[in-house]
Ligand binder design. Structure first.
Ligand SMILES: Cc1cc2nc3c(=O)[nH]c(=O)nc-3n(C[C@H](O)[C@H](O)[C@H](O)COP(=O)(O)OP(=O)(O)OC[C@H]3O[C@@H](n4cnc5c(N)ncnc54)[C@H](O)[C@@H]3O)c2cc1C
Ligand code: FES
Length: 521
């Protein structure tokens, strides 16, 4: 059938704009694509908060550095965050103490505080106009309902434990905004993340560092040490992987696969909307729902913007992702009935079996930083500080705690097995399922997995009616990708790789695109 005829009888879906609030409110810097061979001391892969902080601290220390990103600066998860700066980890302090003991639990929270202070000092030193502000944070009951989650005592215990470990905390019986009991924590922070990262990028270049966009690391050699970028060779002494999900780089494929198998990417959703000035206090809020909701404001001159997130699920495992955003909007409107939602977006957080990030040397001359859970702005900043100590051969108090080579704890072993059961399950289940629909059934703006010429295909029809048909086999380890109707991406349910509708990799661990299938008649 002629495509033009198909187009006539189809009703196009109105695509949801999923541009994060941060990118519409900041003017990004642009950087060149690498087009020649280069020699530097340190290659940093990834220009999110982890890579940019690392590069900034390295150039301050007089090192020669080049940052490479396959897309644009701060375009991926660092640009999709809600930008709470906090020591309060996703895993409760009481749970950290049970798993790790008091000293190491204190050290995890100290890492957050240290990172917030470092961000503040960078903002001041570089005069970055990013609305950095110290604010309190509240861990509170869902809807302020005192009888849920163990009643007020649960919050009282959490606050007492924090005080006992030396943190500035208090129990609040009737907290502002939500009401009900909460554990309150002083000297947490918030900022405008794109403006901060843009300021960091500017400072790197002003101090002689190099940043390259649209410059993907395609491979690496140990001898002589180098990486391949856009077909060019970059010789270097060391590599820092700041790719959120680690790529192979200088490590062996098996070591990388072992680390990747300990990482579970979850998709988290955010909505932002205008509210009246002062309607929500300038603070950070997290409830105890599972998955939990998080909330803060970003002040503007005539109004405030409420930034509200949650609805997390394992990447690639929700069948109707637009529903997650709809529920989130409804919950936000329940809290502030007049909210005028202007932005909706999602991104990935990466969980580990024991709740702590992996930051450190994974193979000689290569450092990696990942598994930040919902604390990636602070752990990403700390990673930069740790990477500099690693390069300069200095001791670092978090080295053994966050060592990527540490063993999975007995408590984490069950989570490790549960998360990894997805691989064999989805690998077999989806390939066996019969989905023998014709590509004609795919509506404009829609993606479907279907049987096409004897294989599983990922078919997408754009708003003009043009069809793209790709192999549905994820190029990481062969699971079938799933359609994400909010972001219009193909997401893998096994280890969270994401691809755009042309098959290009948006997020690893996959590094190769989905292959196009032959559409000739
Ligand atoms: C919805 C949401 C809300 C969040 N809220 C918070 C919060 O309130 N507070 C908090 O602390 N954290 C939060 N997080 C987590 C935090 O945003 C992330 O953990 C953090 O931004 C990760 O930073 P990163 O620099 O390590 O990774 P990214 O920002 O993802 O950067 C990695 C970069 O590496 C690049 N890359 C990958 N592979 C290659 C390659 N082969 N070659 C070249 N470049 C490559 C990518 O293009 C990307 O730009 C949130 C995350 C999400 C999604
Ligand atoms: S099979 Fe591992 S991400 Fe797809």
């Amino acid at each position: 059938m002629d495509r033009a005829v198909k187009r006539d009888r189809r009703q196009a879906f109105t695509p949801l704009n999923t541009t994060p609030f941060w990118s519409t409110a900041a003017e990004p810097h642009r950087f060149p694509r690498l087009d020649r061979d280069l020699q530097v001391e340190i290659v940093v892969v990834g220009a999110g908060i982890t890579g940019l902080t690392t590069a900034y601290l390295l150039v301050l220390g007089g090192h020669s550095v080049a940052v490479f990103d396959r897309g644009r600066v701060a375009e991926r998860d660092s640009g999709h965050t809600s930008a709470h700066l906090t020591m309060v980890s996703d895993r409760r302090l009481s749970s950290l103490v049970r798993s790790w003991g008091r000293d190491r639990a204190r050290s995890v929270w100290d890492a957050g505080l240290t990172a917030i202070e470092r961000i503040e000092s960078i903002v001041r030193a570089e005069q970055i106009d990013c609305d950095f502000q110290y604010v309190p944070g509240y861990l509170h009951a869902v809807d302020g309902d005192a009888e849920r989650d163990g009643g007020p005592k649960a919050f009282e215990d959490e606050a007492s434990l924090a005080i006992d470990l030396g943190f500035d905390a208090a129990f609040v019986n009737d907290m502002p905004f939500i009401g009900g009991p909460a554990a309150a924590f002083e000297r947490q922070g918030r900022l405008h993340v794109s403006r901060y990262l843009s300021g960091l990028a500017r400072a790197i270049v002003e101090r002689g560092g190099r940043i390259f966009e649209h410059s993907e690391i395609e491979g690496a050699e140990a001898k002589p040490r180098s990486v391949r970028v856009n077909g060019k060779t970059v010789s270097c002494d060391r590599v820092v992987l700041a790719t959120h999900m680690p790529i192979v780089g200088l490590a062996s494929k098996s070591d990388t696969a072992r680390l990747q198998s300990k990482l579970a990417p979850y998709t988290s959703y955010v909505v932002a909307g205008r509210i009246g000035k002062g309607e929500v206090p300038d603070a950070l809020f997290w409830d105890t729902a599972d998955p939990y909701h998080y909330c803060r404001i970003q002040p503007a001159s005539s109004h405030d913007v409420m930034i509200f997130g949650g609805e997390d699920h394992k990447t690639g495992q929700a069948s109707h992702t637009a529903g997650c955003l709809k529920r989130l909007e409804e919950t936000a409107a329940g809290l502030v009935p007049g909210i005028d939602i202007t932005h909706r977006w999602s991104g990935q957080v990466i969980e580990t079996p024991d709740g702590l990030p992996y930051i450190g040397e994974i193979t000689p001359c290569q450092f990696t930083a990942t598994g930040f859970s919902g604390n990636g702005l602070t752990f990403g900043t700390l990673s930069g500080m740790m990477a500099v100590d690693w390069i300069e051969g200095k001791a670092n108090e978090w080295r053994s705690l966050f060592d990527p080579g540490r063993r999975v704890t007995s408590g984490g072993a069950w989570i490790y097995l549960k998360e990894n059961a997805d691989y064999p399950l989805y690998r077999v289940r989806d390939w066996l399922q019969e989905k023998a629909r014709s590509v004609d059934a795919v509506q404009p703006g829609e993606g479907q997995i279907l049987e096409y010429r004897g294989t599983k295909a990922a078919a997408f029809r754009d708003d003009q009616g043009v069809l793209s048909i790709l192999s549905a086999a994820c190029t990481h380890m062969g699971c079938l990708v799933a359609w994400n109707d909010t972001e219009r991406t193909w997401d893998c349910p096994c280890h969270g790789s994401r691809f755009d509708t042309n098959g290009r990799v948006l997020a690893g661990p996959a590094t190769e695109p989905l292959s196009p299938l032959d559409q000739s008649e």
